[in-house]
Design a protein. Structure first.
Length: 158
């Protein structure tokens, strides 16, 4: 086990504890957010990146927390990412483990993705993998939030 593994596990446990404390709040809304992504991955194996993502988020007055699953493809790389996301307002951060397949080789690591927006969501992604070079990516998600629980948002002006 390398030195990063305990730190990642500690961070994930901390996120779960925060999510649990937020779930006690009665003033919340829950959303399922399917969407697509289009971006550009830089580096040796770079190029256009396209894929889909689905997330479930719980919004409270203090911000939001959620889980996500994404799959994308760029050049010779097929990537699957499971992560936690959280934020406040239109700013957010997603982090979690990643599995990548390239040239019949399996590798794993993690992604860190800061983003901003609602429906059209520009992002920057840093992907660290054990055997492949780290990759940087920029692009946008287009997500369609579907509210599944909580008080409905009121229309503007009334």
């Amino acid at each position: 086990m390398d030195l990063m593994t305990p730190r990642i596990l500690f961070f994930l446990c901390l996120l779960l504890a925060i999510a649990r404390s937020e779930s006690i709040s009665q003033d919340h809304r829950t959303f399922i957010n399917p969407g697509v992504k289009l971006g550009y991955r830089f580096g040796e194996n770079g190029g256009l990146a396209a894929g889909f993502e689905i997330s479930a988020t719980r919004w409270t007055p203090s911000g939001y927390l959620g889980l996500l699953l994404s799959v994308d493809h760029s050049g010779k790389t097929l990537r699957t990412h499971l992560g936690f996301e959280g934020g406040r307002g239109l700013l957010g951060l997603a982090i979690g483990p990643t599995i990548a397949f390239r040239d019949k080789t399996l590798d794993y690591g993690f992604n860190v993705t800061p983003y901003a927006g609602f429906v059209i969501i520009p992002y920057y992604n840093f992907m660290f993998l054990r055997s492949f070079p780290s990759e940087h990516e920029v692009g946008s998600f287009i997500k369609f939030p579907i509210q599944v629980s909580g008080e409905r948002f009121r229309s503007f002006g009334g």
